[in-house]
Ligand binder design. Structure first.
Ligand SMILES: Nc1nc2c(ncn2[C@@H]2O[C@H](COP(=O)(O)OP(=O)(O)OP(=O)(O)O)[C@@H](O)[C@H]2O)c(=O)[nH]1
Ligand SMILES: [Mg+2]
Length: 327
């Protein structure tokens, strides 16, 4: 795992590279995470598209709530972006649809296509699926791809790029990306991610049932959370954990009430009690038999990332602050 500083330098270089390569390409396949398609997109990329064919692949659709993913597909279509969903690494249906589409990309010669997106969203995995064999190195942690790589796929060229992080990772964005595993623990630690997940998904019955299967019964998780954080350009600016989302499937009810921070006092106290139970149930105990909260948080976060708790989305288009946001 790269250290924060080294990773930052790597990101600045990566963004310069993506900028330079964009000048020479006919189309871009952007990859984002289906569980949070708004926050896991690269804000810099949209500004650099300049009329090129722009396809958006929502990866890890196999881990997201299917109805929420369908809502995102409709929303992106309405924004003039062509959305595709990947239902796991090597999704054959996705691969054949993308191959056909990219072969038809407007281009003077054989189309040159760039694969871009945040670190660890699945860009190299997608390239390997399109190539039909392993051409690029993949890995479960951000920052695996370092250099450029053009691959000749017969009817088009494809280039893998290193993931580029948004310049501002304030508040909720940092926690969402941490929950998805798109930023490492140096930027978002397991305890604050766990508190964020409990606050955002705690109102979803399926999430409560999943915790129940782990032997976590109380305290009462927030049921009908009264408001939710609107998604929008300002979403990175709130204090850490200012999200107040009910999770998918619940109607928007405007802005969150003042002071309702996800990892605020309430959120942390709730997380503490839940994590203590997780620790006891899993036998994660410290020296004096004390529940090991840190390890319990890491276990919960890892289970969420791997889909072991079920298929959950962290963002729904109805959380968007207004029409046209984030396009
Ligand atoms: N469950 C699931 N996992 C996926 C999917 N796509 C990719 N992954 C996993 O996500 C992890 C990251 O994949 P990579 O392809 O290395 O990601 P990347 O975007 O190239 O990452 P960097 O090179 O670090 O920017 C790997 O462990 C993949 O197996 C998917 O659709 N579903
Ligand atoms: Mg890669």
């Amino acid at each position: 795992m790269a250290e924060g500083g080294a990773l930052k330098g790597h990101m600045a270089r990566a963004l310069r590279q993506v900028r330079r390569y964009l000048e020479a390409v006919d189309a871009v396949v952007e990859v984002a995470d289906a569980r949070a398609p708004f926050t896991s997109r690269s804000p810099q990329l949209a500004a650099l598209m300049e009329g090129r064919l722009h396809l958006l692949v929502l990866s890890r659709g196999d881990l997201a709530d299917p109805a929420t993913t369908r809502a995102w597909v409709d929303w992106f279509s309405s924004q003039g972006i062509e959305p595709y969903v990947g239902e796991g690494p090597g999704d054959a249906r996705l691969v054949s649809r993308l191959r056909r589409r990219l072969a038809r990309a407007p281009a003077a010669f054989k189309p040159r296509v760039l694969v871009a997106g945040l670190p660890n969203v699945g860009k190299s995995t997608l390239l390997n699926s399109l190539a039909g064999r392993r051409r690029a190195r993949v890995g479960a942690q951000p920052g695996v791809t370092r250099g450029k790589q053009w691959v000749d796929l017969g009817s088009f060229w494809l280039m893998d790029t290193p993931g580029v992080l948004p310049p501002h990772l304030g508040g909720t964005r940092r926690l969402v990306l941490g929950a998805l595993g798109l930023v490492g623990p140096e930027l978002a630690g397991p305890e604050e991610i766990a508190a964020f997940l409990l606050k955002r998904l705690g109102g979803a019955p399926a999430f409560r049932q999943a915790l129940g299967r782990w032997g976590v019964e109380g305290p009462r998780l927030p049921a009908g959370v009264p408001g939710q954080e609107p998604l929008g350009p300002g979403q990175g600016g709130e204090p850490p954990g200012a999200a107040h989302g009910p999770g998918p499937g619940q109607p928007a009810a405007g802005r969150p009430p003042a002071g309702g921070g996800a990892a605020g006092a309430d959120g942390r106290a709730l997380a503490q009690v839940v994590l203590e139970q997780v620790a006891r149930q899993r036998g994660l105990l410290g020296p004096g038999g004390q529940p090991d909260i840190h390890r319990a948080a890491a276990v919960l976060v890892a289970a969420f990332r791997a889909g072991e708790l079920g298929r959950f989305s962290l963002e729904h288009p109805r959380m968007l602050a207004g029409p046209g946001q984030g396009a």
